[in-house]
Design a protein around this ligand. Structure first.
Ligand code: SF4
Length: 349
């Protein structure tokens, strides 16, 4: 038996959890229900829900016979409501496809609604003595730390590596105790932040503890690179200190707000000023760019300052405004455009 398994099994006898309501049973309905409820939810929260659920739906047949709407109140407050819908769909599938008896083969269990490979294996190990490993969030954390597995465990390559490791470590007997020990260790000792290494049976063989890397392992989900865009805006100011503003289309960013005229890709400032507003500007000054972070992208705003004598009548068309650049307090401007205009105003004579 691997040293990992030997240590865990011995630890579980002395320090594991033995009296949870879903332990000491091999009824797949009860084990399955607890496994689903425990996904993303703490034991203490699950306990009263588990009890109430079983009072109302004592058997898988009772659950399958009830309409799904009758199930939801017993889940209200647990969150992740797809779990409850899948639970109900799964009960019906077991009734219809398996004559009301939970299948024993983990691969067949994993085909039922809402049951992944790890949950299927846990049910098969606890209820039918199958020799299969589990790999839930707690186990991934313990494996990553104990064996120094690098990479975010949510990526297929790292997950595959961990399944391989989990298979290798699996003991020949007492698989149910071993699995329970892994779950308990992850929930009570090798917790996400501040693991209790001094109370851990794996401390002497743990890579993360040896290298003081508990906080780094498992590797966090990589942050998505936020796309960077750049846009050029015309700051056209007349002698009287008024700036040309344009109302944005109703849809898209800053929909319906006032903004500076924006140049399209490849469009020139001269061309835009002349064709859109009838303005001939002979000199453009590029002002320092300003950066603004949206939820899904970062925008670099590049202001191009152009000066004119006065605005022609054409710039009074609907949607166009010329407002005093030093008095834009009440104008409906997007925050970065307001910042950009403040900066531009400070540069005017
Ligand atoms: S020694 Fe610490 S980091 Fe390593 S498995 Fe135990 S609790 Fe987790």
């Amino acid at each position: 038996m691997s040293e990992f398994a030997t240590r865990l099994i011995a630890w579980h006898k002395a320090s594991g959890r033995h009296d949870l309501p879903w332990q000491n049973t091999t009824d797949p309905y009860r084990v399955w229900l607890s496994e689903i409820m425990l996904q993303q939810t703490q034991v203490a929260t699950v306990m009263p829900y588990y009890r109430r659920f079983l009072e109302r739906f004592p058997t898988l047949a009772d659950l399958a016979a009830a309409p799904v709407e009758a199930v939801m109140p017993y889940w209200a407050g647990l969150g992740y409501y797809a779990r409850a819908r899948n639970l109900h769909a799964c009960a019906r599938a077991v009734m219809e496809q398996h004559g009301g008896c939970f299948p024993q083969d983990p691969a067949v269990i994993a085909e039922l609604p809402g049951i992944g490979r790890s949950t299927a294996n846990a049910i098969a190990a606890f209820c039918f003595k199958a020799r299969v490993p589990i790999l839930d969030g707690n186990v991934k954390r313990v494996l990553a730390r104990c064996f120094g597995v690098e990479g975010f465990p949510g990526t297929p390559a790292v997950e595959k590596k961990m399944w391989g490791l989990a298979e290798t470590l699996l003991p020949g007997k007492q698989v149910d105790t071993y699995i329970q020990a892994q779950m308990d260790l992850g929930a009570t000792v090798c917790v996400r932040s501040k693991p209790r290494c001094t109370a851990c049976p794996l401390a002497e063989i743990c890579v993360a503890r040896r290298e003081d890397r508990q906080a780094e392992l498992p590797t966090a989900k990589p942050k998505k690179k936020v796309p960077q865009r750049s846009a050029r805006f015309l700051v056209i100011v007349d002698k009287a200190g008024r700036v040309l503003l344009e109302q944005r289309p109703a849809s898209g960013i800053w929909g319906g707000l006032l903004s500076l005229p924006e140049l399209a890709e490849g469009e020139s400032s001269e061309g835009k000023a002349l064709t859109s507003y009838g303005l001939a500007v002979d000199r453009w000054e590029t002002l320092p760019a300003l950066n603004h972070a949206f939820t899904h992208f970062k925008l670099e705003l590049v202001p191009l300052l152009g000066r004119v004598e006065k605005f022609p009548p054409r710039t009074a068309e609907p949607g166009l405004h010329h407002l005093p650049i030093n008095d834009l307090e009440s104008a409906a401007l997007p925050a970065p455009i307001r910042r950009l205009l403040l900066e531009a105003a400070s540069r005017l004579d």
